[in-house]
Design a protein around this ligand. Structure first.
Ligand code: PRX
Length: 660
């Protein structure tokens, strides 16, 4: 929880009353009707039926074992290899179907059919095995959005090795910490990746990490940019040297449904990221089922999720869910503004994309750029639109609906988290009427509730904390090597272990309207949401005080109409340091070096003092009010009163530093 108690956003009420019933033509062809909600009331029977999407080697004894709550076991006793669901089960019947249309940053293309993807994965699995990777080993992956990225993940899964993908925008330090926490044996990376025509030197950045990662034995490098890179004899090997010559057959390793599939690190409320652990069977069932219903997937759809695979959205809805369902996806390496601001719409037209899944921050940027860019292209192939990552404001929703969806495409606003593994709250297109800015209702088989501070369910019409009151198949199983922290962070706030009542606390505030629709209101803890990415205030604060000139730092996420929130930093300086423009730039770059560019503060204000409570806690809420130029909240607990007016002056003078 934040240090000043409950969040004012929770009491915010929306006056949005527009409602969009499902278009009748869409409803007529939808993958389900409203009876699915009723059917899913028998939770275990529902998930048993959905489990048919997955290719099992051995069936389960029990759908859910919750006896050791909050440590869940789904499909106990079952065995499978998830890549057989993603690949082998499709090869015989639709081997020629395209799995990925890959579009490079500069417009080059590659097409991979299910047959070809299967072959590539088998070769890569054979190469990894030859390099010593075996079941249970951790493999770190730090790559751009090239086809070898899903191939590498699936090759790990084929061998039963645990992949830990680190987003290519993270710094050397972030990569090092994640490798060390996971004790990864191998790193798979690229020489570089392309972003808007320039090269991101991934291998060079990885080299800095590798100086301090004793567990790494081998580094496998994909050539993408052709840049000169340093290859360490005996440790570093080229992908094309070791993968190409391998056999395209590989017998997948049999895994228990509860064997670990991947670790993905995400920011928490402390400076140390949490290693979210996902396992195999339940994750496969959860991602495939939600991908099928939420996106109303049909065999001929061309589906495009614009996320980077470095985040959970890419894991669940570019790799596992779509592949298990045998979907055709577009995978894009580049950025929306390169070579021009119509790139997305050009891709939609080129591949005749029918389902588009993107982020509110991107939509808000498109709104700013203007209607002329989508206007240049034929978007009539689109039939369904999705959003994820943060609340979407009604204006952006309406623009998406009108300009991109031609007023005919349902919009699915999907709420979920790295922890949840799968979408949990979203409309079912063709079934659920939508309201702009509401993620609508929990999906069939999912139980969500809104609690007040005391842990009571809030009646319809009220606001509070979003909770999940029953387990779901793709839920995180634990935090890597930190089971106590897992219990503490997610299950201690509202659970009643004595009564064997387990409640998952999502960390989000939400309002539930009179019809039971859920309206997400953002985080209630010290986690910011920048362009749909979670960044911990504490993580940025530690990076700030790591700079030699900074004595103390406080960070808040202030509202920003493009990125949702922007990082506003307040620093006190040491001794003789001079807080000028140069120092601002230096400190911002320092944070980018420590964590990654996404964590670079948008503004830095130097202040002689930070506002603190009498017990010495920094009053972040007050800083947030100051940076958003709002009426100041309660300041009676403030120890150093003079600081407020001074800070307000400084903050309004401060020129918002240039954002990337
Ligand atoms: O605050 C919620 C917000 O993103 C958080 C999860 O972030 P992450 O684990 O990085 O996963 C993002 C992609 C699944 C949530 O706690 N969030 C995600 N989707 C929505 C959302 N907030 C409002 N509406 C959404 N649709």
């Amino acid at each position: 929880m934040s240090d000043e108690g409950s969040n004012p956003t929770i009491s915010a009420l929306f006056s949005e009353d527009r409602k969009f019933p499902p278009p009748p033509e869409f409803a007529a062809q939808a993958n389900c009707d409203e009876s699915i909600y009723e059917e899913a009331k028998d939770r275990d029977a529902f998930w048993t039926k959905q489990a048919e999407r997955v290719a099992w080697r051995k069936r389960w004894d029990q759908v859910l074992d919750w006896s050791d709550a909050p440590f869940a076991k789904w499909f106990t006793g079952a065995t499978l290899n998830i890549t057989e669901s993603c690949l082998d089960q499709h090869v015989a019947e639709r081997g020629d179907k395209v799995a990925y249309h890959w579009e490079g940053d500069g417009g080059e293309t590659r097409t991979l059919t299910y047959q070809e993807l299967h072959e590539e994965v088998c070769k890569a699995a054979n190469a990894l095995a030859a390099l010593g990777v075996t079941k249970g080993d951790r493999v770190a992956i730090y790559m751009g959005m090239v086809p070898e990225l899903p191939v590498a993940m699936l090759a790990c899964a084929r061998l039963g090795a645990v992949h830990g993908v680190v987003f290519g925008g993270f710094s050397s330090d972030s990569l090092r910490d994640r490798i060390n926490d996971a004790e990864a044996k191998m790193l798979i990376t690229c020489d570089g990746s392309y972003r808007a025509g320039s090269v991101v030197p991934l291998k060079e950045m990885a080299d800095v990490s590798l100086a301090e990662t004793p567990s790494i034995e081998k580094v496998l490098v994909v050539r993408r940019t052709g840049s000169d890179v340093n290859m360490v004899e005996g440790r570093d090997v080229w992908w094309h040297d070791v993968v190409s010559g391998q056999s395209s057959e590989h017998e997948a390793v049999e895994m228990d449904a509860e064997d670990m599939l991947f670790i993905l690190y995400t920011s928490g409320t402390t400076a140390k990221p949490k290693g979210i652990v996902h396992t195999t069977g339940g994750y496969a069932v959860g991602t495939a089922t939600t991908h099928y219903y939420v996106f109303d997937l049909k065999p001929d759809d061309v589906y495009w999720c614009t996320a980077d695979i470095g985040w959970v959205t890419g894991h669940s809805y570019i790799v596992y869910g779509p592949l298990i369902n045998g979907a055709t996806s577009v995978m894009f390496e580049g950025v929306p503004q390169h070579p021009d601001k119509d790139r997305f719409w050009d891709i939609v037209e080129k591949y005749k994309v029918s389902i588009l899944y993107t982020a509110p921050t991107a939509i808000r940027t498109f709104v700013k750029w203007g209607d002329e860019y989508p206007g240049k292209h034929d978007l009539s192939s689109l039939r369904l639109l999705g959003t994820v990552g943060e609340p979407i404001n009604p204006e952006a929703w309406m623009w998406y609906h009108r300009v991109i969806g031609g007023e005919r495409c349902p919009i699915v606003d999907t709420w979920w988290q790295t922890e949840t593994g799968m979408i949990l709250i979203a409309p079912l297109p063709g079934v659920t009427a939508t309201k702009p800015s509401s993620a609508t209702l929990p999906l069939p088989g999912v139980a969500a509730d809104i609690f007040d501070d005391a842990g009571n369910s809030v009646p319809f019409g009220g606001g509070g904390y979003l909770t999940l009151t029953e387990p779901w198949p793709a839920m995180l199983r634990t935090l890597y090597k930190e089971p106590d922290r897992f219990k503490e962070v997610y299950w201690s706030r509202f659970s009643k272990p004595d009564e064997n009542k387990w409640v998952y606390f999502a960390g989000d505030g939400a309002k539930r309207d009179e019809e039971g629709y859920l309206w997400l209101l953002g985080r209630v803890d010290d986690v910011m949401n920048i362009s749909g990415h979670r960044i911990s205030t504490l993580e940025v604060e530690s990076a700030l005080v790591d700079h030699p000139a900074v004595a103390e730092a406080a960070v808040v996420g202030r509202a920003d109409d493009r990125t949702g929130q922007a990082i506003a930093a307040f620093c006190t300086l040491k001794g003789t340091a001079v807080g000028d423009e140069n120092l601002i730039k230096e400190i911002r770059d320092h944070v980018a070096d420590k964590i990654g560019k996404i964590a670079r503060p948008a503004s830095i204000v130097f202040t002689p003092e930070l506002p603190k409570t009498r017990s010495g806690k920094i009053m972040r809420r007050l800083l947030k009010d100051i940076s958003e130029k709002r009426q100041l909240g309660d300041v009676t607990t403030l120890a150093n009163e003079g600081v407020v007016s001074e800070l307000s002056d400084l903050a309004s003078q401060a020129k918002a530093a240039e954002d990337d």
